[in-house]
Design a protein around this ligand. Structure first.
Ligand code: GLV
Ligand code: GLV
Length: 326
């Protein structure tokens, strides 16, 4: 009989179509996109499956892998991030192969990052609120003033495909200089955008706009903390479209409310959803989006298709299109 697959979400149609039309698998799915599959149900459903498609709301840890059992050969996540996967536990169960979905979402994430940056630096949310709530008394000379990209220095924390794509889009705004930091220089990527490698301290002190583009790992957890914010300019804007876990949110709140930095735009938080009572929501200089960086129809369908194709290739014992090295 055909390999059994469980899909933890009603993923966009392209991926489901690929799986159905392949004739190579039989699958069952959590048939909703509005709520994640309850953990108990998930642990039941994965019993004995050969492969699993998941999204970033599912923790793939020892408990889940034990529940799935020894048939599990392929895990395919519809995401570029993989901090929801316990790589150590996956490695322990030798033979499990893991697919993910980089590259297809780079344009969408870069586009959203630029949108969030401009929304934050030019205070667009405050501005629309003022316009419709009666705050628009008259044209004023310094009212709702923000900061421009022209002649600015943009810092990238963690230079990868996405950081390069963001810089390419910002360059036409007349950015003066791109700088970046990472665990080591990345000359090939950096040369694409003429970015200079600097230390973390230099990144903090020189950036007018600091955008975080690194993966969340034990090394990058809370890397954006009091220490970093205290070295940033009072006029600087902080942007994060990677993972909430790279930011110490209490330190960020302090930096924003004290005027240590000018503003922050976040597409990711801890936890998600961020409770509506969270102090960050009380700040006018903090723009919070509900993790939508890759949310365009074309990209989400491409991610779905890539996750499906990775899975089918993995089950056939062939190299996946995008496979995580464990
Ligand atoms: C989104 O955050 C992803 O990891 O794809
Ligand atoms: C702005 O609208 C200006 O005329 O300066």
């Amino acid at each position: 009989s055909l390999p059994r697959v469980y899909i933890t979400r009603q993923i966009p149609p392209e991926g489901l179509k690929i799986l159905s039309e392949s004739g190579q698998v039989q699958f069952d799915l959590w048939d909703s996109d509005d709520v994640p599959v309850p953990r108990k149900e998930l642990l039941q459903k994965v019993k004995g499956v050969d492969a699993l498609v998941c999204v970033l709301t599912e923790k793939i840890d020892a408990e889940l892998l034990d529940a799935a059992g020894p048939n599990l050969k392929v895990l395919s996540t519809m995401s570029v991030g993989f901090d929801h996967l316990s790589l150590e536990e996956l490695k322990k169960r030798s033979g499990i192969r893991v697919g993910y979905t980089p590259d297809v979402l780079t344009d969408s994430v870069a586009e959203l990052t630029v949108a969030l940056l401009l929304t934050t630096s030019r205070r667009l949310i405050e501005a629309t609120h003022e316009a419709k709530s009666g705050g628009w008394g008259t044209w004023r000379t310094l009212w709702l003033c923000g900061y421009e990209l022209a002649n600015s220095t943009v810092g990238i924390l963690g230079l990868g495909r996405i950081g390069v794509a963001i810089a390419e889009r910002l360059k036409p705004f007349k950015v003066k200089k791109f700088i970046y930091t990472d665990v080591a220089p990345r000359p090939e990527l950096a040369s694409l955008i003429d970015a200079e490698y600097v230390s973390m301290d230099e990144l903090a002190s020189q950036s007018d706009f600091l955008t975080v583009c690194c993966a969340l790992t034990p090394e990058t957890k809370d890397i954006c903390n009091k220490d970093l914010f205290s070295k940033m300019k009072n006029t600087s804007i902080f942007i994060n479209t990677s993972r909430g876990g790279v930011v110490d949110q209490e330190d960020l709140y302090e930096a924003l409310s004290s005027g240590q930095i000018a503003g922050a735009g976040l597409d990711v938080t801890v936890p998600e959803p961020l409770p509506t009572s969270h102090p960050l929501f009380t700040l006018n200089n903090c723009v919070i989006l509900p993790h939508i960086a890759s949310a365009s129809y074309s990209t989400r369908n491409a991610m779905s298709a890539l996750a499906a194709n990775n899975l089918l290739l993995g089950l056939k014992g062939q190299p996946m299109i995008k496979e995580l090295k464990l």
